[in-house]
Design a protein around this ligand. Structure first.
Ligand SMILES: Nc1nc2c(ncn2[C@@H]2O[C@H](COP(=O)(O)OP(=O)(O)O)[C@@H](O)[C@H]2O)c(=O)[nH]1
Ligand SMILES: [Mg+2]
Length: 330
């Protein structure tokens, strides 16, 4: 998740809050990649319950990486401020948390003079759209020249032009249907505004206007309201981030460790097994599966087995959030 917003809106304050949680997962395999990247555990109380049941020594949660990206300013798409460098960083992320300043304060300078999150949302989203228009125009030029030699490219030209109309109206690409965004000709461009977004409204609830909330809903996005100066608990944001990334967790549990494994929603059992080890995907035979609640009710794997509650699932099984699994492979 990339943290995006104007300067002085609370991005680094949010990053600090998130990364203070790092301590609990200090021994995570990829703990430090970059000082601007925080590896944040996804809150999930099922893990602790499973660990207690199994007498586990170590708990390993699912994680989301948050990236504190330098502040964006008006004109970034044309190279203002950190300009293109900033936009490249956003491109590398899977989704965006856009921080909007709603809190009033005389001491903290607002780059655009005066607190107005509706205006700020327009400034940021306009920069993202302008950058995408630039990308799209370049692509259309290229596709048109390719289409002269290869008739099959004509459909791609039409598709990208359709997208261009939407951007030209100032709308974000993520307002388009998912299946259109999944078309290779569009997906390849990794457009900034095709990414899913959550808005973090930084301020007390009374500082957040109905107009702003309506505008976000209209954009098809979700928001959380935190006064980052008074907040210690950002669980809701992390959970929502995991959700919009289209991710779910399944678990393995035993004496050594109880662990959450991250998979995309809709993943079949072999792909899920591949998260543990790539060999498990290739050599997958079957999985023994039970829902967390059911396993906790039984009180243990052995007990669940005796009750006949452990199912055997094959290669076509679509893993469900909260499944506890044992993978059998050759
Ligand atoms: N009063 C108030 N100040 C805040 C809040 N969030 C951030 N700030 C302050 O605003 C300034 C800019 O915050 P920072 O996180 O560095 O902004 P960034 O430029 O977006 O990374 C700092 O002095 C923060 O302490 C808030 O919710 N209320
Ligand atoms: Mg900052």
């Amino acid at each position: 998740m990339g943290i995006v917003g104007l300067p002085n809106v609370g991005k680094s304050t949010l990053f600090k809050l998130l990364t203070d949680l790092n301590i609990t997962i200090a021994n995570y395999p990829f703990a430090t990649i970059d000082p601007n990247v925080g590896v944040v555990p996804v809150p999930d109380d099922r893990l602790q319950k499973l660990a207690t049941m199994s007498g586990t020594k170590k708990i390993i949660p699912a994680v989301v990486e948050f990236y504190d990206i330098a502040g964006l300013v008006k004109g970034a798409s044309a190279g203002e401020g950190l300009g293109n460098q900033f936009l490249t960083h956003i491109r590398e992320t899977d989704a965006i948390v856009e921080v909007l300043r709603c809190f009033p304060s005389d001491e903290i300078i607002h780059v655009e003079q005066g607190v107005d999150p509706v205006r700020d949302m327009d400034i940021i989203n306009t920069e993202l759209v302008l950058k995408d228009l630039d990308t799209v125009d370049k692509r259309i030029t290229r596709l048109e020249s390719e289409a002269r030699a290869d008739k099959n490219k004509a459909a791609d030209v039409e598709l990208v032009k359709k997208l261009r109309v939407v951007l030209d109206e100032g709308k974000m690409a993520n307002t388009l249907p998912d299946d259109m965004l999944a078309e290779p000709a569009i997906k390849e461009m990794t457009l900034l505004t095709a990414k899913k977004m959550i808005y973090l409204l930084n301020g007390a609830p009374e500082h957040v206007s109905d107009e702003l909330k309506a505008k976000i809903k209209e954009a098809g996005a979700d928001y959380v309201i935190y006064d980052l100066h008074d907040t210690l608990d950002v669980d809701d944001l992390i959970t929502k981030a995991y959700e919009i990334l289209g991710l779910i967790s399944y678990f393995t549990t035993g004496e050594e460790e109880t662990r959450a494994w991250t998979i995309r929603k809709g993943a079949k059992a072999p792909e899920a097994a591949g998260e543990i080890h790539s060999d498990f995907e290739k050599k997958f035979i079957r999985a023994e599966v039970i829902a967390t609640e059911k396993l906790l009710e039984a009180g243990g794997w052995k007990e669940a087995k005796q009750k006949g509650w452990i199912r055997t699932e094959g290669k076509e099984y679509t893993v469900v959030d909260g499944d506890v699994m044992v993978i059998l492979h050759s």
